[in-house]
Design a protein around this ligand. Structure first.
Ligand code: PBG
Length: 335
């Protein structure tokens, strides 16, 4: 059928009708909020390239979690900003390391909260790479050992989900095996299955001081030109026992999100990364955009592409927007 019988605008005139035929909706249940935890007490240092995001000492992280849970944001991804680093990232495997202590403190004070522990060495190595360096490059198999022991230690501290972000081959299998050996067979693995070597991580690396001191991450993170390879990465992680999958970054990779969603039936997470957040904040600070509308449009597009779950630094702002939208409206005129 064609015009004038068909007028596609008919379904757009009434706002309630627009909502009725809306194909994609956002729920706070689908959001994960990343937080950065540093040593010290009563510390809340804004990350210059990520306005509104902070390095928080454990006491302040606990307070933030309480506020977020009240707003309806219940899932958090924890990153450590340690004050000491070493060659191999061994410090990340200690039971009293920063994230392990944070998990225990948050769990003690907050109920109804889900804590996801990012597993990687880059925040803990002096050279900023994601593993142990041999002959100028990250050695895959040696790195697997630290990743597995970091994972067990985080599970022991109470992490609800283990999320390896290092991109070593075989990490899901060894982490699954070591978690099971240690009695954590109920702890799921959220694999950063498809992680590209991206300029969009810049602000995050400022936040946790994890930029590589030499070279780059191109020998382990994926080349942004590739799509078929993403399927091989996912297949491998699924066969090794991943429970959930991630594509990262999100905005420049919506085609990848869509392809993974169409080919695999595991819950799919997309990471709306630091650089994507920083671009919005920089434009908003200059009054160049309608910030709230842009945040909604970005997160909706990631969902529409096929992500079930979205990790985003906008989570608290989104909670405010969605909670306001869902407030009961006046029904009768005059009341
Ligand atoms: C650690 C890690 C990174 C991010 C999440 N986990 C940085 C990197 O790979 O360099 C990036 C997150 C963001 O940019 O928001 N490997």
């Amino acid at each position: 059928m064609s015009f004038p019988k068909t007028r596609l605008r008919r379904l757009r005139y009434n706002p309630i009708l627009r909502d009725l035929v809306s194909e994609t909706s956002l729920s706070l249940n689908d959001l994960i909020y990343p937080i950065f935890i540093c040593e010290g007490e009563n510390i809340k240092t804004e990350i210059p390239s990520m306005p509104g995001q902070y390095n928080l000492s454990i006491d302040n992280a606990v307070e933030l979690c309480k506020i977020a849970v009240i707003k309806g944001v219940k899932s958090f991804l924890l990153f450590g900003v340690p004050d000491k680093k070493d060659e191999h990232g061994h410090l990340a495997c200690l039971d009293n390391s920063i994230v392990q202590r944070a998990i225990k403190s948050i769990k003690k004070e907050c109920n109804n909260i889900l804590l996801i522990a990012d597993v990687c060495n880059c925040e803990y190595t002096t050279h900023g790479h994601c593993g142990t360096i041999i002959d100028g490059d990250v050695d895959n198999d040696l790195t697997l050992e630290t990743l597995a022991s970091q994972s067990v230690s985080l599970a022991k501290a109470g992490a609800d989900i283990i999320a390896p972000s290092d991109m070593m081959d075989g990490r899901v299998a060894i982490i699954r095996k070591e978690l099971d050996n240690a009695g954590y067979e109920k702890t799921p693995i959220l694999s950063y299955a498809v992680k590209y070597s991206s300029a969009f991580y810049g602000p995050f690396r400022n936040a946790v001081n994890s930029s590589p001191t030499f070279g780059n991450r191109n020998t382990y993170q994926m080349n942004p030109t590739n799509k078929d390879e993403a399927m091989r990465e996912v297949e491998q992680d699924v066969s090794e026992g991943a429970d959930m999958l991630m594509v990262k970054p999100a905005l420049s990779y919506l085609d990848i999100i869509s392809k993974v969603k169409n080919n695999f039936d595991l819950p799919l997470v997309a990471y709306n990364v630091s650089g994507e957040y920083a671009m919005v904040k920089a434009a908003a600070a200059n009054n160049w955009i309608d910030e709230q509308r842009m945040i909604m449009e970005i997160i909706t597009s990631i969902k529409r592409a096929g992500a079930d779950i979205i990790i985003t630094y906008h989570a608290l702002e989104l909670a405010d927007i969605l909670n306001k939208k869902n407030e009961p409206k006046k029904i009768y005129k005059g009341i």
